[in-house]
Design a protein around this ligand. Structure first.
Ligand code: 5GP
Length: 306
């Protein structure tokens, strides 16, 4: 009961109010750094996540947003509503999903302020065996200005695949841990078998540095990216014909017949989703298809000569 609560000695109250003033000043300092462009909002958010009780963690999301140049009170309220964050929240007190939404919002915004945001993040999807991996590999080799995201997967490496380059090959427990920690921008179970996901950190980092990023992922993943980052460009890679797709799937001989049949079934469903995509590129020729995809990033750099 209130009347039984001991009154703190004066000296404690004085110390507490001094501490509060110091903390407020420290928070004002952080806001000033953001406002002057000395620190990025993304950096402040990651510090807040690491130490929720630190200066950054104690910063209210409303004040944090307002300190970002070009965000005023009206815009701030709209953003809070869109991100479903209540005005009393502090950065360190955000739930995982709220934090993810805020981070995605800041990432998209950062890249958009550097120029043409929609040009920066391109998702390459398409039916199984259409040659997405080959086109992405060609881009990696010939267009060094493009950051190609390396996915995490629970499937085992195929001969010749390199951990950390082709994929991060991880086990189920590690994948669960990444999902739990919000470390994946999107993830999906593909072909009803293994899980695949896009690590969020490298994508955010590349985008905030103004680089173009390419995700080569399945259609469910493309849909998730569209939800998280509506400004991403979604590209659907098409085979020249259905027969050619079947030929490529059987021809690459990497799957057992039962798995091939399963993948062809998935491919039919996948082809039906092409209307949801912003662009369609037909993979007649790898170099040509790669150039078309890179053109969508508005890269000013020329490809390296073969
Ligand atoms: P594969 O096992 O043949 O390398 O890939 C199988 C499928 O998983 C391909 O359609 C590929 O695009 C998709 N995939 C690869 N990485 C990711 C990812 O990070 N997220 C999602 N959603 N799909 C992915």
């Amino acid at each position: 009961m209130a009347e039984n609560r001991p009154t703190p000695p004066d000296v404690d109250r004085v110390a507490a109010s001094r501490a509060a003033v110091t903390a407020r000043r420290a928070r004002a300092g952080v806001k000033g750094q953001i406002a002057q462009g000395k620190r990025t909002a993304l950096d402040v958010l990651s510090t807040a996540t690491e130490s929720p009780e630190g200066v950054e963690g104690r910063l209210r999301v409303t004040e944090f947003l307002i300190s970002i140049p070009a965000i005023g009170v009206t815009k701030m309220h709209r953003i809070m509503e869109k991100l479903e964050i209540s005005p009393s929240k502090r950065l360190g007190g955000l739930g995982k999903h709220q934090r993810d939404r805020l981070r995605d919002f800041l990432t998209t915004r950062t890249s958009s302020r550097r120029g043409d945001s929609s040009a920066k993040l391109v998702v390459l999807a398409g039916p199984t065996a259409v040659g997405k991996g080959t086109v992405a590999g060609y881009i990696r080799q010939h267009y060094p200005g493009v950051h190609l995201s390396v996915s995490a997967t629970t499937r085992a490496p195929r001969p010749g695949e390199i951990d950390g380059v082709s994929y991060f090959f991880i086990d189920d427990a590690e994948f669960d841990r990444m999902v739990e920690a919000g470390a994946l921008l999107e993830w999906a179970t593909v072909h009803n078998a293994y899980r695949y996901g896009t690590p969020r950190g490298p994508v955010s980092e590349a985008l905030s540095q103004g680089n173009s990023v390419l995700l080569e992922i399945d259609i469910q993943g493309a849909r998730s990216v569209r939800r998280a980052m509506p400004e991403a460009r979604l590209v659907f890679l098409l085979p020249p014909s259905w027969d050619e797709l079947v030929r490529r799937l059987i021809g690459r001989d990497t799957e057992a017949p039962a798995e091939q049949a399963r993948r062809l079934e998935t491919a039919k469903l996948e082809l039906a989703a092409q209307g949801e995509f912003d662009y369609r590129v037909v993979n007649h020729d790898v170099g040509e298809a790669a150039r078309e995809v890179v053109d969508l990033m508005n890269l000013r750099t020329a490809p390296l000569l073969p």
